[in-house]
Design a binder for this molecule. Structure first.
Ligand SMILES: *[C@@H]1O[C@H](CO)[C@@H](O)[C@H](O)[C@H]1NC(C)=O
Ligand SMILES: *[C@@H]1O[C@H](CO)[C@@H](O)[C@H](O)[C@H]1NC(C)=O
Ligand SMILES: *[C@@H]1O[C@H](CO)[C@@H](O)[C@H](O)[C@H]1NC(C)=O
Length: 491
């Protein structure tokens, strides 16, 4: 009895001290979504209040189901208005939000380029939080059944109803121009808002929008490779990652995973093929996050410093790769167990302060896929986190026995060949997401659906007010966007 209790107590102590120092491994469903609008939500809240503008959250009553008029249930949806710059008769700028909490900085001209433009064009600036994310809870919990009303179609309809609400609330004159902006998933939403509701919005700027939903998004890592190759010594950087990866993959086939657990300080140690896949994905994940958000002003290191570490000639490639891993681990052991990753996504509690991994994962499992697999041979991160590993997670988290219905998403929105007018598609060449976006359309002035493909620019970087890290290619591109807005407003 006593012995048992001591064993139990020791087990508890081991368990808990171990949890305290464990860093969670990379989770693509969460960690690639800290795009600027989410990440700065706390830091820029202070800027706006100290500048005296006093933007505040407001709430309005929204339909739970726009597609069943017999369902009269409603929920409270959060929005923000910045009328600091508005002059009656001026345009209305709508920022469309995506898969995360909406920060007050969304309407701050110090943060968001569209807000700075609102100042120039005397626009009313309004923004609606995406249903289910942040504090815009639709249901009491996030059980799989409760997520029934989470879809891009419902989100677009929310914005349509919100647009009418603002028109009435602010007595916007007939003939005023309505303009929408958004980035990433919200960039796709923004383009679809104009395509689906041309009566409600005159023109839109859609940044980094992956409009071509694809389950096996193998091109993501190909762009990661291309982007790393743009650095000094980039070819060597990629070659060294490939050498290190091959070495690790061969160690993993040895008994006890060839010492990988100790080398990479993994806790708990690897136990299954799924753990191995999660680990290999975490190794790649360090690079994925840096490339996606390269030089956006908040991320350190960037692709240059990462490749400088990878090409340090004092060490062999594996040692350099381990060095990168340790930079991210910051001395902690790293939990790359598949079970931990799935458990985090199984949490059904509503919480306004989380990034919303479960909800976004639900949307990928139903509508979009977007899984950054290792299925392409043209990337240096090995081949152990492929299609099967990714799609099984929809089953393990939600019990789904079907694939994401990207065919319906294409049918509904037109994928890479939408029919419509007045959408400007903006993408960054460094950003891996551009591979699923529209970046080869004719330029501004030569198309109803023009595109702008910015060299050296990362995910949604064109949406942010420039800072000291901004590549020199970005301000001229932003000037082109602004000129397009001016032209559209004059029509
Ligand atoms: C689930 O999420 C809630 C809200 O973020 C959190 O308080 C709780 O600790 C989580 N539960 C588990 C088991 O991680
Ligand atoms: C989607 O369409 C493709 C090609 O048209 C087809 O091969 C595939 O089976 C479809 N997928 C689903 C889930 O219907
Ligand atoms: C794009 O940027 C890369 C790397 O900075 C540079 O080498 C290349 O010349 C640029 N291409 C164009 C078309 O400006």
């Amino acid at each position: 009895m006593l012995v048992n209790r001591i064993v139990l107590l020791t087990a508890l102590l081991v368990c808990c001290s171990f949890i305290a120092t464990a860093k969670r491994g990379f989770n693509p469903h969460i960690d690639l979504r800290y795009h600027p609008l989410h990440r700065m939500s706390s830091s820029f809240d202070d800027v706006s209040s100290s500048s005296g503008s006093g933007y505040t959250y407001q709430w309005f009553t929204q339909q739970v189901d726009h597609f069943d008029q017999a369902n009269t249930e409603t929920f409270q949806q959060r929005y923000i208005v910045n009328d600091d710059f508005y002059v009656s008769g001026g345009p209305v700028f709508m920022i469309i939000n995506g898969e995360g909490p909406m920060g007050l900085n969304t309407v701050s001209p110090q943060a968001l380029q569209a807000a700075a433009w609102a100042q120039e064009f005397n626009a009313l600036l309004v923004t609606l939080e995406h249903r289910y994310y942040g504090a815009s809870f639709v249901t009491d919990d996030l059980s799989t059944d409760s997520l029934e009303y989470l879809s891009s179609q419902q989100a677009l309809a929310d914005n349509a109803v919100f647009r009418q609400f603002i028109a009435q609330e602010y007595s916007i004159p007939q003939g005023s121009k309505w303009v929408a902006f958004g980035g990433s998933y919200a960039g796709a939403l923004t383009s679809w808002f104009r395509i689906k509701y041309p009566n409600l919005v005159d023109f839109v700027v859609a940044s980094s929008g992956p409009v071509n939903a694809e389950i096996d998004f193998y091109q993501y890592l190909e762009v990661v490779q291309n982007s790393l190759e743009t650095t000094a010594n980039g070819q060597q950087c990629v070659a060294n990652i490939a050498v290190a990866t091959q070495k690790i993959q061969s160690m993993l086939t040895e008994s006890n995973y060839g010492g990988v657990n100790d080398m990479f300080n993994l806790c708990p140690p690897l136990e299954s093929d799924n753990d191995v896949s999660t680990f290999m994905q975490s190794l790649a994940g360090n690079f994925m996050g840096v490339v996606q958000y390269n030089d956006d002003g908040t991320n350190n290191p960037d692709i240059n410093t990462l490749c400088a570490t990878m090409t340090n000639e004092q060490n062999d490639p594996l040692t350099n790769y381990l060095e990168v891993w340790n930079q991210f681990a910051e001395g902690d052991c790293v939990d790359v167990s598949y079970e931990s990753m799935i458990e985090e996504l199984q949490n059904t509690t509503n919480d306004a302060n989380t990034i919303g991994g479960r909800m976004w994962f639900y949307q990928t499992c139903t509508e979009f896929g977007y899984y950054q697999t290792s299925d392409s041979p043209n990337q240096p991160f090995g081949n152990l986190f492929g299609y099967e590993f990714n799609v099984q997670q929809c089953n393990d988290v939600f019990g789904f026995d079907f694939l994401p219905n990207v065919n319906w998403t294409h049918t509904d929105y037109g994928a890479l060949n939408p029919v419509g007018t007045n959408v400007l598609y903006v993408n960054g060449k460094i950003d891996p997401w551009h591979a699923l976006g529209i970046y080869q359309n004719p330029p501004i002035g030569q198309s109803e659906l023009p595109s702008l493909f910015i060299n050296g620019s990362s995910h949604c970087q064109d949406m942010m007010v420039p800072n000291i890290f901004t590549p020199s290619t970005l301000p001229p591109a932003q000037a082109q966007i602004q000129a397009w807005i001016q032209t559209q407003l004059n029509q």
